[in-house]
Design a protein around this ligand. Structure first.
Ligand SMILES: CC(C)(COP(=O)(O)OP(=O)(O)OC[C@H]1O[C@@H](n2cnc3c(N)ncnc32)[C@H](O)[C@@H]1OP(=O)(O)O)[C@@H](O)C(=O)NCCC(=O)NCCSC(=O)CCS(=O)O
Length: 399
């Protein structure tokens, strides 16, 4: 498919493969064994421009675009999902600041995030509800002179225990629903009141997820993004790009599992023939290939629409939904082809299967995507109704 894409794409794909082969894959097991965040590797990815793909150069971006960002994530996920699973430095955290922030906020935080000099985070979800993000939100922010005091808790915040800079959503007006949600740039290491408790979800030990507790957590008033009440539209707008790109992560998982299954089917011999010669295995391989190509077309379409600043909410949900189904299907099928070995930690399949499950929840569950798609189809809520009307900064390359 790369032949049909802009001419720079194969070189970008090749550079990520080299980066993963030389820098990440040889050392990732060691980081995992130590449970240590590979900050050096985050810096190196930043220096290579991988986090900055969707941001303009004047804020430290590499202006490669969303299609390039999708391919970067796809390749990273395909080669090592533990490392490729992390994208807060190029995703929702800097995107929220760029979309809703002042020039000064952008200058202060975005270049360092994109360069990998600091570690980013985004905390929206709460224990009482993730899909009904605004309705279920209990965390509050109360203005107190020059600062806000945040109280409440957040769930599933990747690197909540390590981050230097984050985006945190809290209600400044608990009675106002989505319009009462505000977005804050937070610096948990600088200010008191923030505690993070890692949660073992059976995935990476280096890129942990955490529950976050806020007890009069101090945020300078100047770190409010936009106005009070702008938070939900900022995060929903950021998630649009996030969903296009997380689809690429699911695609990378599917491809990784598929490639392993093909290799194994050619190597594993039963009754004198590689199992790939048996038609039941061929049927499974064919079904994986079909699902992957369909997901790839959707994910690249969503990314290219983002690059053209065309309405994307609907197609990003469709792409994310399809690619997460494909990741699940391909990892399940690959595990069947591997037989008992597919359960062993020695092979990648078990790991990829666990991350495929994650693709059903991260950046909006499969059911949330279905609701968005169906409400649009039925004419209840047009998914792209906000396009061009949010008053937020544009993510277009020109900035
Ligand atoms: C379920 C939802 C899709 C919809 O929720 P609601 O029904 O509560 O909200 P809406 O009525 O649709 O919208 C309310 C309000 O929000 C603004 N809005 C909504 N969409 C957009 C958009 N695309 N662009 C701009 N603004 C938008 C707008 O002001 C709307 O009001 P009006 O329609 O104009 O009247 C939604 O809640 C949802 O998507 N839920 C899932 C949340 C999710 O994805 N969570 C996962 C986050 S990832 C995470 O937490 C892990 C962290 S990590 O470490 O990666």
């Amino acid at each position: 498919m790369d032949d049909m894409l802009p001419e720079e794409i194969p070189a970008i794909r090749e550079s990520v493969r080299r980066f993963m082969e030389t820098e990440v894959c040889p050392v990732m097991d060691d980081y995992e064994a130590r449970g240590e965040l590979p900050r050096e590797l985050i810096k190196k990815a930043g220096a290579a421009g991988y986090y900055g793909a969707t941001f303009p150069e004047h804020v430290g971006g590499s202006e490669m675009g969303y299609l390039a960002a999708a391919i970067i994530i796809e390749e990273m996920a395909r080669m090592d999902i533990r490392y490729g699973g992390f994208n807060q430095n190029g995703g929702n955290c800097p995107a929220c600041i760029y979309l809703g922030g002042t020039d000064e906020q952008i200058r202060k935080y975005v270049p360092d995030l994109l360069a990998g000099n600091v570690v980013g985070m985004m905390a929206l979800t709460e224990a009482g509800g993730g899909s009904d993000a605004a309705g279920a939100m209990k965390t509050t922010a109360r203005r107190d002179g020059d600062v806000y005091k945040l109280n409440g808790s957040k769930m599933w915040a990747t690197l909540g225990d390590e981050c230097d800079v984050g985006i945190l959503l809290a209600k400044t007006d608990p009675e106002a629903g989505a319009k009462g949600v505000s977005a804050f740039i937070v610096e948990p290491k600088k200010y008191p009141g923030f505690t993070a408790q890692p949660i073992d979800v059976g995935l990476s030990k280096a890129f942990r997820v955490s529950a976050v507790y806020l007890d009069d957590f101090t945020v300078p008033a100047e770190n409010l993004l936009g106005k009070e009440g702008d938070g939900f539209k900022i995060i929903m707008r950021a998630l649009q790009g996030g969903r296009a790109v997380i689809g690429a992560k699911a695609l990378g998982i599917a491809i990784g599992a598929y490639e392993d299954a093909v290799r194994y089917a050619n190597e594993r011999v039963i009754k004198g023939s590689p199992i790939g010669k048996y038609q039941l295995i061929q049927g499974q391989i064919a079904e994986m290939a079909v699902a992957i190509e369909a997901s790839r077309a959707l994910v690249y379409q969503a990314a290219q629409l983002m690059d053209k600043e065309l309405p994307t909410n609907r197609i990003a949900s469709i792409a994310k939904f399809h690619a997460s189904q494909t990741a699940k299907f391909c990892t399940d099928t690959a595990q069947q082809i591997y037989g008992g070995y597919g359960l062993s930690r020695e092979y990648r399949i078990a790991k990829y299967k666990a991350y495929a499950d994650l693709m059903f929840t991260g950046e909006g569950t499969a059911n949330v995507q279905k609701v968005l798609i169906a409400e649009d189809a039925l004419g209840y809520k047009i998914a792209d109704r906000h396009h061009g009307k949010t008053g937020l900064r544009s993510m277009a390359k020109a900035g």
